[in-house]
Write a protein that binds this ligand. Structure first.
Ligand code: F3S
Length: 441
């Protein structure tokens, strides 16, 4: 093999710790060689995180693989958190979708049992925002990770300064089991340099999910160095700034394939190294108000009836932080009061990590949401929608990731708030691309 392996790795490949681990490491070596890695590096810091959280009945090879790993004792060297569960009976769904969920995710309980035996941290570990304080899987600067969830990878790289490639599902589990990953791409200093400079020249704070979408669609899998954003979100990583970057990053990673961004004067490497992070001949992309409007207006509407009234609203993809879900509750309370209503006008689900929801449910705000008819849940909205029945429902969201992967329609936070509180909505929506008259636009 072209990769330089140490004696321990060579012995593992020859079967010193069993056939299963030999195959796991061989897979990682082949993966690394595909991307030009010359060596493996040990993973460090916190826990692993797995993207495959759902017991989809058709994933038979995955269940068989998990069984083999468990039987042969090739367990994860790290404990790990996992992406959100696909189901929650509290989330509104008709009879037919409920029957479909039972069939689709018929293996959920069996799969979760496999995850527990492999190293799942605990029953609260199902969230894509594993790095929240309440969850506790928060790596430090320079830690080497084996994660795959795109929104978590981009957050860990950019906001925490950890190092992780955009791995696939199962490959990330193999890294956790082997305790090492191939060294290439975002694990290297060179791979973390920016080949794009993004100039934010808006006249107001850009919507995080819209800015991330614009950046992702332009730079694709490159590393952008973002200038001018500190003007709107500050030079300190407060919870508010971190929440903004979480949502912006998830949009860069799903509307494009960004695994790392630097924000001048704010994110750890940019604060330390500044413009030295910019590679020679980097290209420039300028984002102003008109560019964001152009991006949003080009989102297609794939609802059968573009005029349909929404049947469901999801807020919290990626999962909301404690501050975000509290802020949403406060804003909703004010909006309902001003609309003269006690309950939401559209069935609404706020999603957040189980550990965050456990804290939130101790507060008055949680009691208010329940009274107002808002469901708080720890599911993944994408998993809920990813079937032909729910895919036909007119669903609205403030998540650009959910918009990208499903038939849901994206609206800015303020528009979502107005809609769910029964206030005046943006107005008539005309066919094809989303065209909104009046309201906030
Ligand atoms: Fe998280 Fe599911 Fe969205 S994993 S980022 S809530 S698609």
């Amino acid at each position: 093999m072209a990769m330089l392996l140490n004696d321990e790795e060579k012995a593992i490949l020859e079967g010193s710790r069993g056939k299963a681990l030999a195959k796991v490491l061989k897979t990682l070596v082949m993966y690394g060689e595909t991307f030009g890695a010359e060596r493996m590096v040990p993973i460090s810091g916190g826990s692993g995180h797995l993207v495959t959280s759902f017991g989809l009945s058709v994933m038979k090879p995955v269940f068989a693989l998990m069984d083999t790993l468990i039987q042969e004792g090739a367990l994860s060297g790290q404990s790990f958190t996992v992406d959100p569960r696909p189901l929650d009976p509290r989330v509104p769904a008709g009879l037919l979708p409920r029957i479909l969920f039972k069939v689709m995710y018929g293996k959920q309980a069996a799969y979760e049992s496999q995850l527990r035996r492999l190293g799942l941290v605990n029953d609260q570990g199902f969230t894509c925002t594993c790095y929240m304080d309440e969850v506790g899987n928060c790596p430090g600067k320079g830690d080497i990770l084996s994660w795959a969830e795109s929104s978590a990878v981009v957050y860990a790289n950019s906001v925490l300064g950890a190092r992780c490639n955009r791995n696939s599902g199962i490959i990330e589990l193999f890294g956790s089991i082997a305790g090492r990953v191939p060294c290439f791409g975002l694990l290297t200093d060179e791979g973390r340099r920016a080949s794009w400079v993004v100039e934010v020249k808006t006249t107001r704070r850009p919507e995080a999910q819209l800015l991330g979408s614009a950046i992702g669609m332009r730079v694709m899998d490159a590393v952008p160095y973002i200038q001018g954003l500190d003007r709107w979100i500050g030079k300190t990583l407060t919870q508010e700034a971190k929440d903004y970057l979480k949502d912006m990053g998830a949009a860069t990673a799903s509307n494009g394939a960004v695994g790392l961004y630097h924000v001048e004067n704010l994110t750890p490497e940019a604060a330390e190294q500044g413009k030295a992070l910019i590679a020679p001949k980097a290209e420039t992309y300028t984002i102003d108000d008109a560019e964001l409007e152009r991006i949003e207006a080009a989102y297609p509407c794939i609802w059968k009836d573009p005029q349909a009234e929404p049947k469901l609203c999801f807020v919290g993809c990626p999962h909301l932080s404690l501050k975000q879900i509290t802020d949403w509750s406060e804003k909703l309370r004010a909006a309902l009061e001003s609309a003269g209503r006690k309950r939401v006008a559209v069935p609404t689900v706020f999603t957040s990590a189980p550990a965050v929801l456990a804290e939130f449910r101790k507060t008055q705000a949680a009691a208010f949401l329940e009274k107002a008819g808002v469901v708080t849940s720890d599911i993944c909205p994408l998993m809920y929608m990813n079937n032909p029945l729910c895919g036909k429902m007119p669903v609205i969201t403030n998540s650009n990731k959910l918009r990208t992967y499903t038939s849901s329609r994206y609206y800015k936070d303020e528009e979502i708030l107005r809609k769910i509180s029964g206030g005046k909505f943006p107005g008539k929506i005309s066919g094809g691309a989303k065209a909104i008259s009046g309201g906030a636009k």
